[in-house]
Ligand binder design. Structure first.
Ligand code: IPE
Ligand code: IPE
Ligand code: MG
Length: 235
């Protein structure tokens, strides 16, 4: 029993894990390869780590794949990322359907070419209603944009703009907040990820570059998570 609470002995597995998959470019540079080589390795790791998390019983996995700031990278890198999205949503990520997982994107999709938007929507539709878990893939996602968007939608709804009204319009509406947010690649910041939902998330930072992240790293983090005391402001 790897993830037991040190006081009660209960297994404490998070319901929702969020991952900031950082370090692909540096991983490639260390090998003298172009950055796109790191992104290609990174998406394979995403596929494997997400499947592992769902196999453990985690219900929600949210991954930061492409931020609203990443659009400012050189065009050839952005094109490589878009072509990886196109390829994986069309093929490999469809494997999640058989595992009972709903795969959906969160972010401003209007940025992407129409064929990519169609491919993303198709997997969302084909996997909708799967009840074992949800894989949220943040694409052209920014936490600030998400909050502003939710506030605008709430205002257009005409009712009071309270927390419930905003939360119902976040991309994660209806889902629990992430219990933990993991950032690989050594940087210790959120870089505009899940700013609203992160309020009480446990934060984990590891120097491991995302393409080197493994199931053993997941086990170590879940072990530490089960030993942390979450107080939510109480004593
Ligand atoms: C994370 O890796 C993936 C994306 C942001 C798309 P990076 O591409 O940021 O890799 P580093 O941080 O430059 O090594
Ligand atoms: C955060 O990584 C975004 C993703 C992992 C998709 P960045 O590499 O873009 O973040 P900064 O620029 O180091 O803050
Ligand atoms: Mg980075």
């Amino acid at each position: 029993m790897r993830f037991e609470d040190k006081n009660t002995g209960d297994i404490r597995l998070p319901r929702h894990i969020a991952l900031i998959m950082d370090g692909n470019g540096r991983w490639a540079a260390k090998r003298g390869r172009p950055r796109k080589f790191g992104h290609r390795a990174g998406v394979k790791v995403l596929n494997d780590v997400a499947k592992y998390l769902f196999s453990l019983g985690v219900e929600y996995v949210t991954v930061y794949a492409f931020s609203t700031e990443n659009v400012n990278r050189p065009p050839d890198e952005v094109e490589e990322l878009i072509s990886l999205i196109r390829r994986y949503f069309k093929t490999t990520f469809r494997e999640f359907i058989a595992l009972g997982i709903h795969v959906r994107a969160m972010g401003d999709e209007t940025y992407f070419p129409p064929d990519v938007v169609d491919i993303i929507k198709k997997l969302d539709a084909d996997s909708r209603g799967r009840s074992r878990g949800v894989l949220n893939i943040a694409l052209n996602y920014g936490g600030r944009d998400e909050i502003v968007r939710a506030a605008n939608l709430a205002a257009a709804g005409g009712g009071p703009i309270d927390r419930a009204a905003v939360e119902a319009r976040l991309y994660t509406a209806g889902m629990p907040d992430p219990d933990l947010i993991v950032r690989t690649g050594g940087e210790k910041r959120l870089s505009n990820f899940l700013l609203y939902q992160a309020a009480y998330a446990e934060l984990f930072f590891t120097d491991t570059l995302w393409p080197d992240f493994s199931r053993a790293d997941v086990d170590a983090i879940l072990g530490e998570f089960s030993r942390r005391e979450r107080r939510f402001g109480r004593i």
